[in-house]
Design a protein around this ligand. Structure first.
Ligand code: SAM
Length: 252
């Protein structure tokens, strides 16, 4: 039940039966879990994202995280910090359909957004035809070398937790590497107790230690907040901000 609340609850149609004409109602979380389990047993832990987006294109699935609006915790962070993106570069990690990327772009940042699923990237471009965002397909676990220390603002919302726990350190490192000296990283994730097993998923929510692990390799913590869901206080999320000191601060 907790997982359903985290990902949103809706029903999807899934084709079943030999001839594909018989339809049944399947919970989208159950559907994504099945896809993810298939991917993992094929030693391809990210392959299911493209399959899910393609199934959604065909009307056979819904993407549970399709919010059509920027994440509330990102909007609150922006309202509190009032960043001006003019002359600055931002990247949105695992951008999905692009709602966060469009929001970041509206703040004046020259914005790049990427996702491992080419179908998500195409869908984001179609959804925002006049967009200034550059949408590209790329893998956080193997990012282009030119993205290293290239962005003044890095937004990571729910991507690391969409990967199995053993991949979290590599994904965290990929996110962290993109922050330019003087730049800021904002992380939004679901929270997991240190004691809870990280076996089930997706998602694989982050422990406090995992969130705090963004603060290494030259990044320092500005703030880590654990925020209870307004309607279901047992559900908790992280919003964390990190900064890579600029050359001046690093020397001083
Ligand atoms: C749970 S969704 C979150 C989407 C969006 N960031 C949001 O907050 O709604 C995770 C997204 O990350 C993408 N993703 C997963 N692994 C990735 C990787 N290794 N590199 C880039 N994108 C990835 C998935 O395709 C999916 O769109």
């Amino acid at each position: 039940m907790r997982r359903l609340q985290r990902l949103g609850r809706a029903t999807v149609r899934e084709a079943v039966g030999q001839n594909g004409d018989e339809m049944t109602r399947v919970d989208p979380d159950e559907y994504t879990r099945r896809l993810a389990a298939g991917s993992r047993s094929a030693h391809d832990p990210t392959g299911w994202f493209e399959r899910l987006y393609r199934a959604a294109e065909g009307g056979e699935a819904v993407v549970p995280w399709d919010r059509r609006a920027p994440h509330r915790l990102l909007v609150e962070w922006v309202e509190r910090n009032r960043p001006s993106g003019r002359g600055l570069r931002a990247v949105v990690v695992g951008c999905g359909f692009g709602a966060d990327a469009e929001y970041v772009s509206s703040l004046g940042y020259d914005t790049l957004a990427f996702d491992i699923a080419p179908t998500a990237v195409d869908a984001a471009r179609r959804r925002f035809p006049g967009s200034n965002v550059e949408y590209v397909a790329a893998d956080l676990l193997d990012p282009p070398a030119e993205w290293r220390h290239a962005f003044d603002l890095v937004v990571e919302s729910l991507t690391v937790q969409s990967l199995p726990v053993h991949l979290h350190p590599r994904a965290v490192d990929g996110v962290r590497q993109m922050v330019r000296p003087g730049g800021t990283l904002v992380v939004i994730a679901s929270a997991r107790n240190e004691q809870a097993s990280g076996d089930e998923g997706p998602p694989w929510p982050l422990t406090r230690a995992e969130v705090e692990s963004f603060a290494s390799g030259g990044l320092r913590t500005v703030r880590v907040e654990e925020i209870a869901d307004e309607l279901q206080p047992t559900i908790r999320r992280w919003r964390a901000e990190f900064r890579r000191d600029g050359l001046d601060q690093a020397r001083g």
